[in-house]
Design a protein around this ligand. Structure first.
Ligand SMILES: Nc1ncnc2c1ncn2[C@@H]1O[C@H](COP(=O)(O)OP(=O)(O)OP(=O)(O)O)[C@@H](O)[C@H]1O
Ligand SMILES: [Mg+2]
Length: 660
């Protein structure tokens, strides 16, 4: 075991975060740590690294385990050094060696002394074993993977925004290659190409990785185990997110059934008691039934508890038909041109998603529209009666951490009374005393909720939202989608979350070649349109190249490159002759496949039987029996999941062999 919690209880004052929690992290595991906002995920990571101490139980770390921990809040770290230098800091020993070698080299020139020569060659040898000649190359590769341009690498760290700083620290951490990486919502500040890069990188990571994330897709591809913080307990699931969802539904259903059956059983016995009580001869019997009932370990109702935030965007006034116009606007940062001579307008009822890779200037464009970013040429015009509200990216930095939640709300200058503000905060799950909590101690998702509440307070008719789903748990994200759909005003939003965009936008804007391209339709239509365009383009090219056979290679499809999605490669023809070895292997795999199928069928049957036994009153009213049945059920379920995994792998192998 690398690290873990043993019977750990931890609380903040009266608030219990986990009770009696046990979790062992093994070498090579990739674990997703999930749970609703504020359930204690970040707190658990802090317990693991020793930033917090448990009030009961113990946190275990083997002595040699090195841990890398990426905070959810941006660190206060600041420096004039270039980002390359900061990331190179991962190779402390190598940098130190380089210096020593340089000095020894100088000394050698001066003295020619034998001992120095000896030291010199020793150090060179050490540098080589540490792969010291490659550190610059490796560092650049990682920084580029995370979206930095070559030209950026020499710029001071200080000049970068919070999100980009986080990437530098992330780069440094993965270059250090600790045995255990703890990453708290690493994808929040990444665009899709960088997320995909990180995924690939982490998939081949040697050490263990624990990732806190609210991103289903990311979790599905990244992790093989899920640990859920729910009702002050840790629940462990041996699979990815899809597996967790299915399995959790089963567990809940099982518990629900057991609960209902137990309730029936209790009611039945209570009726007996009623009846027997009346008869003197049966009074003792009634007593013993009552005793039995009292001893019964009650099964809890399995109804899922979840945080239902109530977002209700309201509009005060109706604006004119056009909200904002940009006329021939140009904007550049030094040589970095964002837009050139661009004109667009936002109309009443528009729900625009502004998409594209990081660095294209989406946030800048949003700020230009909001009127808080200057530009060199052109004109920006507000329409009539426009009341805007801006939800800025990196909210965690925008909030004043010394304020209480209520103060923060008061400071945004609405006309609401304190009572009304408290009511509004209640909708965002800060009820009673919670409103007096300091921003400093809030979890990521809680801060995002405060920021959302601030956006709502003004009853604006035009919302500008920059990455509004960052930090929100999946359920809150769904509620936000619902609220935005009901909203009567207009919206422009920036997001990298495909699901979110597809559910909210009726227009898509993309910055292409320094121009804003508008697509009048939702995200899915836009994707289809892009695909059609790419096909046409490919068609044209292959026609043009038909004279030259070497040009016939399939064109790399650049569909959706803005979001970093690539179309699948064409399949190889299936008609080529199958050679003997392949055939043999294929038969072998097919045999394995059949055996697996049989084992799975048998085990599924066993699992359902065990499931049925769990809801049998004879079993659940006897604690020992129930626990035994439950653990047998869990074992069967785990084994089944494993077999299913093997089944899929073999199936894939067969598919591949058949294509040879
Ligand atoms: N120092 C503290 N004192 C009191 N309460 C705290 C403190 N730090 C955190 N909390 C509270 O403990 C709870 C758990 O916080 P934590 O940051 O671990 O949540 P989380 O699961 O990471 O949530 P999110 O998904 O929003 O990031 C939150 O309600 C938070 O407000
Ligand atoms: Mg957190």
């Amino acid at each position: 075991m690398l690290a873990g919690l043993q019977d750990v209880t931890f609380e903040f004052g009266a608030r219990v975060i986990v009770e009696d929690a046990t979790w062992h992290i093994q070498p090579g595991e990739r674990i997703g740590l999930i749970g609703y906002n504020g359930t204690g995920k970040s707190t658990l990571l802090k317990l693991l690294v020793g930033e917090y101490l448990p009030s009961a139980g113990s946190v275990e770390r083997s002595r040699n385990t090195s841990i890398g921990y990426l905070h959810q809040d941006l660190l206060s770290f600041d420096t004039q050094d270039s980002i390359l230098q900061v990331a190179l800091g991962a190779f402390e020993r190598v940098l130190h060696l380089e210096k020593e070698i340089e000095e020894l080299g100088k000394e050698l020139e001066r003295t020619g002394d034998e001992k120095t020569l000896h030291d010199y060659s020793d150090k060179l040898h050490e540098l080589e074993t540490l792969d010291g000649y490659n550190i610059h190359h490796k560092t650049e590769e990682v920084l580029q993977g995370l979206g930095f341009l070559n030209a950026d690498l020499q710029r001071p760290y200080k000049e970068f925004s919070g999100g980009w700083r986080m990437r530098v620290l992330l780069a440094k951490m993965i270059l250090q290659q600790p045995d255990l990486l703890l990453l708290d919502e690493p994808t929040n500040h990444l665009d899709l190409p960088s997320i995909e890069w990180l995924e690939k990188y982490l998939q081949h990571y040697q050490g263990s990785v624990v990732i806190v994330s609210h991103d289903k897709y990311f979790l599905n591809r990244m992790v093989t185990k899920i640990v859920e913080v729910y009702q002050q307990q840790l629940h462990i699931y041996a699979g990815n997110f899809d597996y967790y969802e299915k399995e959790k539904a089963i567990r809940v259903e099982m518990q629900q059934k057991a609960y209902e059956n137990q309730q029936d059983y209790i009611r039945q016995n209570e009726r007996l008691v009623e009846r027997f009580r009346a008869k003197a001869s049966k009074a003792a019997m009634a007593q013993s039934i009552i005793k039995k009932l009292n001893k019964l370990e009650r099964i809890e109702d399995a109804e899922i508890e979840r945080p239902n935030i109530r977002i209700n965007f309201r509009v005060d006034k109706t604006p004119g038909r056009v909200l904002v116009e940009l006329h021939h606007v140009s904007k550049a940062f030094g040589n970095n041109v964002i837009i050139e001579n661009s004109s667009v307008e936002i109309d009443r009822g528009d729900k625009i998603a502004l998409i594209g890779a990081n660095g294209k200037g989406k946030s800048t464009l949003l700020r230009i529209i909001a009127g808080i970013e200057s530009f060199s040429k052109g004109e920006r015009k507000w329409g009539h009666n426009v009341e805007e509200s801006f939800y800025a990216q990196h909210q965690l930095e925008a909030l004043n951490i010394g304020n209480t939640i209520l103060d923060e709300m008061k400071e945004c200058g609405s006309q609401m009374t304190e009572l009304e503000l408290r009511g509004l905060l209640g909708c965002f799950l800060f009820s009673g005393d919670d409103a007096d909590k300091k921003i400093r101690i809030l979890s990521g998702g809680e801060k995002a909720r405060v920021a959302l509440a601030k956006t709502i307070v003004s009853k604006a008719n035009f919302l500008m939202l920059d990455e509004p789903t960052n930090h929100l748990d999946m359920h809150s994200c769904d509620l936000l989608i619902e609220a935005l759909n009901k909203y009567e005003g207009s919206i422009i939003l920036v997001s990298h979350d495909r699901y979110f965009i597809s559910k909210t936008a009726n227009k898509i804007w993309e910055i292409v070649d320094h121009e804003i391209k508008e697509f009048k339709g939702g995200y899915e239509e836009w994707v289809a349109w892009k695909e059609r365009m790419a096909k046409q383009e490919a068609g044209k090219k292959s026609e043009a190249g038909s004279q030259k056979p070497e040009n016939k290679k399939p064109q790399k499809n650049n569909v959706n490159t803005a979001l970093g999605i690539q179309a699948a490669a064409p399949r190889p023809p299936a008609s080529s002759p199958i050679n003997k070895d392949v055939k043999k292997e294929l038969q072998k795999q097919q045999r394995i496949f059949q055996q697996l199928e049989e084992r799975i069928a048998a085990l599924s049957k066993k699992k359902s039987e065990l499931e049925a036994s769990l809801v049998d009153p004879a079993v659940y009213s006897d604690k020992a029996k129930f626990l035994q049945a439950e653990s047998a059920y869990k074992k069967a379920a785990d084994e089944l999941a494993q077999l299913n995994g093997q089944y899929e792998t073999v199936f894939e192998k067969i598919m591949q062999l058949e294509q040879k």
